[in-house]
Design a protein around this ligand. Sequence first.
Ligand code: FES
Length: 169
Amino acid sequence: MEGQSPVQLEVERLIRVHGRNRTALMPILQELNRAHSYLSEEAMLCVSKELGVPRAEVYGVATFYSFLSVRPRGRFVIRMCRSISCAKQGKFHPVTAALMEELGISFGETTPDGLFTLEKTNCMGMCDQGPAILVNEDVHVKLTVASVLEIIDDYRRKAKAEGFGKKIA
Ligand code: FES
């Protein structure tokens, strides 16, 4: 509709799918987060207004769940399991070090090209197959230094194919 921002149009489309009520809050936030890697202030305000849910409640949900973010993140969010079963695996530290070195960032940071964000997470239920990472919604298990570097390359290729950021080498 005329005069509406892209965010408003997107929220309206999601409301048509999930409904205009409180129970639609989580699925709408999840879809917005999936599409943009985070929830902008504008998106949260719009959801609050359209669903009639207080701003503080929308912000509370957005900041409570670790898979939602109110800060811009990379196209691919890499979550490394730091729980005990994975951490006990002998390869955990070399894999973590290789990831940080390859990306040139530490946990909680995003690469300057906006491609990857590195985060820690708790158990993902893959304890017998660690070390494990989640990249957006894809699980990768039984990681080695070589396999994790291959995985990073695959996502770089994927981003390039999508035309993400012309500055990707
Ligand atoms: S401890 Fe890592 S997936 Fe469970």
